[in-house]
Design a protein around this ligand. Structure first.
Ligand SMILES: *Cc1c(COP(=O)(O)O)cnc(C)c1O
Length: 232
């Protein structure tokens, strides 16, 4: 077995334990393989193990890899600049990082031109970190009400990048708060939105995230190993 397959087998066991702990089923959680900086031959090893949902945080990387991978679903998980929406609108299945009206409007416009409805998540800066993108928890409902009116995007739920912590337990509160925001907004029955996706948890804390209700976890290093960004 190659190291990617070994890593995935180990992660699968941990996911299984976490879903059991939270009284859910394995199929309630999508494992997204975060393939940023990794070459297509390595990514293919994960696809061969059945991980067909791939996460990238840069438009450029989606574009470079797109033609080389078949039968996969791309998720744009990183900050997205408005002027780059046009390059990926026909390539990705979901945009996890919607956090401004301007960006939502641009996605809506480009999706309309393609005759499609783009699934999006609203990025929440739940720990209110200055360095992070995302809507503040108290502004999420208003923001969703605004973008719910755009006919060519469909709000499917929320996403967060939790703080970097040594001990994943430190993020349990953050994940719990995210699930609460999701449930609250779901209860408002806003037209044209589905609040069924909670994208949270990365290599260091996906088990805790699942225990607190994550339906998508984004795992990079845990699958493909450390990223080498080279010397810049
Ligand atoms: C890189 C990245 C991940 C994966 O991080 P790992 O710690 O390598 O699992 C998840 N989400 C986002 C938004 C990322 O940019």
């Amino acid at each position: 077995m190659n190291f990617v397959a070994e890593n995935i087998a180990e992660i699968e066991e941990k996911i299984q334990r976490a879903v059991e702990k939270s009284g859910r089923k394995r199929e309630d959680v999508l494992l997204i393989a975060v393939s940023k900086t990794k070459p297509v031959d390595l990514i293919q090893k994960a696809v061969d193990c059945g991980l067909t949902s791939l996460g990238e945080n840069k438009v450029q990387e989606v574009m470079e890899k797109y033609d080389h991978m078949e039968g996969v679903h791309w998720h744009l998980i990183g900050h997205l600049q408005t002027n780059k929406v046009k390059y990926i609108i026909d390539k990705v299945d979901m945009i996890h990082s919607v956090e401004s009206l301007k960006l939502a409007q641009e996605i809506n416009k480009r999706a309309a031109a393609q005759n499609k409805v783009m699934d999006v998540l609203v990025e929440v800066n739940v720990a209110d970190e200055e360095s992070k993108f995302g809507v503040k928890p108290e502004d999420v409902e208003d923001f969703i009400r605004q973008i719910a009116e755009l006919a060519h995007i469909r709000v499917r739920g929320l996403m967060t990048v939790a703080p970097f912590v040594e001990n994943p337990e430190e993020n349990r509160e953050v994940f719990c708060q995210m699930q609460q925001i999701l449930i609250d907004i779901k209860g408002k029955n806003i037209d044209n939105i589905d609040m069924d996706v909670l994208s949270m948890g990365m290599t260091g804390d996906y088990e805790v995230a699942i225990e607190e209700g994550a339906t998508m976890v984004r795992v990079g290093t845990g699958i493909f190993g450390q990223r080498d960004y080279g010397i810049k």
